[in-house]
Design a protein around this ligand. Structure first.
Ligand SMILES: [Zn+2]
Length: 509
């Protein structure tokens, strides 16, 4: 049975509250109007966010998937840029917050802003949207909660708890959430109600996030109809759906004011297009859908989806159904059937370059599942061009090479992984992959350091200390190779830095 008290869901309940379902919580005169309160400081909020994110990185539901990570980043980056250009996002805030999205494997429809510029997005949301614009509208709304400092202000408004106390309570709740009975007690208990009233967004904040989010969405080049599509979905779910599959509705109740505001805004805009779902979006939604699910019945059902062959289905619907069927077969370890579905998908995607690319990546996944790693490399065709690879291709190529230890391409791919982590030092998955590639080539010291850096990226300070110490020990008792001296001095510096972070986090307690 699935544990329904996954930390990610619990986090949402705790952080965003259940405004609208809570009879005791109403807007009172005691609340300052928006803009009056600065809330807690940027650095206090970032620290609180780091503490929470650190726990989420350890959550078994936390997902690293290069294909979906890239997708969400591509949607997200223009929104952040637009918010900055509009002046919603000050350079200071941009520099000091994390602006990182954490994917959760959960199939519930949910997204939430955490303190410090972290966002959580559940696969269930990616799976249910009908267009990129719809998904972007949710991200724009959440981004606006962050840029308008709603979290900080919610914490500050009643002013009774310091961020540290709140952080500790959230972390305590996270720990208890591993034990459903205890978590249930906590959620219905008085303490949880207290946390909720401290951390709820007000109705005004919801409307502000819609208003600011609308501007950000349109400036970023998305169709504002995305909001409409999303609102319609939520409205429909609110009417028919009472099973908790849409926790997003609990934290962002769709009030009549919000709907009226949005309708008024759209009447002013010139947008009329209803963008049809494209092949690529349908395939990515299908990926999210299948990856959020591990029940055999659901996977079997997707292998039989009649839309894959129906004459009435649009190309996008067909592509989504075929992608889901391929991936579901793969998860059921029926690679022969996966290959058959993939062939049909391949024909459908042939004329759309980005769709074709997703098919190639999926094809490489099928080959890897069959342990045909040479074939995976052939499919990817990543080794014969001199251009730097995009991240999903790089990660897939590296994974194949890890299974082909003597392949001549390992040096050039290791080098590309080094470039990747230089550009994105927070890319824990790339650090891990780099570490494994280095270890394979007998470069033990840099491999240990890369392991330490992966822990740093996930803000697991004690894990990082452990790895950097192991690197120091190794350096003491082994003959150093060329380049190891530099690596050893980097390790010394990094160890000192992370030890300082450990001390700092201890004094915070
Ligand atoms: Zn909201």
């Amino acid at each position: 049975m699935k544990n329904t008290f996954r930390p990610s869901k619990l986090m949402l309940v705790l952080l965003l509250g259940t405004l609208g379902l809570q009879p005791g919580w109403t807007q009172t005169n005691a609340l300052p109007s928006l803009g009056n309160s600065e809330g807690i400081s940027l650095s206090a909020e970032r620290k609180l966010g780091d503490r929470i994110a650190r726990e989420l990185y350890r959550d078994p539901d936390y997902l690293e998937d290069p294909v979906l990570d890239e997708y969400i980043q591509r949607l997200w980056a223009p929104l952040v840029k637009a918010a900055a250009a509009r002046g919603e996002l000050s350079p200071d805030l941009q520099a000091r917050f994390a602006w990182r999205i954490l994917l959760g494997r959960d199939r519930s429809v949910n997204a939430f802003a955490l303190p410090g510029g972290y966002l959580g997005v559940h696969l269930g949301l990616i799976a249910v949207v009908g267009s990129n614009d719809e998904l972007a509208s949710v991200l724009a709304h959440e981004l606006s909660h962050v840029t308008q400092r709603h979290i900080a202000r919610s914490m500050d408004e009643q002013g009774k708890m310091t961020p540290l106390v709140i952080g500790s309570m959230i972390l305590g709740a996270l720990a208890i959430s591993k034990n459903p009975q205890a978590a249930q007690g906590l959620i219905v208990g008085g303490q949880a109600a207290a946390i909720q009233s401290q951390l709820s967004y007000s109705r005004d904040m919801e409307r502000e996030a819609d208003r600011v989010g609308y501007g950000v969405l349109t400036d970023a080049g998305y169709d504002p109809q995305g909001f409409v599509g999303m609102f319609a979905k939520l409205q429909q779910a609110a009417g028919v759906n009472d099973n908790g599959a849409f926790p997003y509705l609990r934290s962002h109740p769709l009030t009549t004011e919000r709907i009226a505001d949005m309708q008024a805004r759209l009447q002013l805009s010139s947008s009329t297009s209803r963008v049809p779902a494209d092949l690529v979006q349908a395939m990515l939604a299908a990926r999210a859908k299948v990856m959020s699910q591990n029940s055999v019945e659901a996977l079997r059902a997707w292998t039989q989806d009649s839309k894959a062959t129906s004459a009435q289905a649009t190309p996008a619907q067909k592509a989504g159904a075929l992608y889901a069927a391929t991936l579901a077969h793969l998860q059921l370890r029926d690679t022969a059937s996966a290959e058959r579905q993939l062939q049909a998908l391949s024909a459908l995607a042939a004329s759309t370059p980005e769709a074709k690319r997703l098919v190639t990546l999926l094809q490489a996944e099928v080959a890897a599942k069959q342990e045909r790693f040479d074939h995976a490399l052939q499919v990817l065709d990543t080794l014969n061009n001199n251009k730097p690879l995009q991240r999903p291709e790089l990660m897939a190529t590296a994974e194949a090479l890890l299974r082909l230890p003597t392949h001549p391409a390992r040096n050039s791919i290791t080098q590309q992984l080094r470039e990747q982590v230089t550009q994105a030092p927070h890319d824990a998955q790339a650090w891990n992959t780099l570490s494994r590639m280095l270890a394979l080539q007998g470069q033990t010291l840099p491999a240990l350091r890369a392991e330490g850096e992966a822990q740093m990226a996930r803000m697991d300070w004690t894990g990082a200390v452990d790895r950097f110490r192991a690197a120091q020990e190794w350096a003491k008792s082994n003959r150093l190779q060329a380049g190891d001296h530099i690596e050893a001095s980097i390790v010394d510096t990094r160890l000192r830095q992370v030890q300082a972070l450990v001390r700092e986090s201890q004094t915070e307690r």
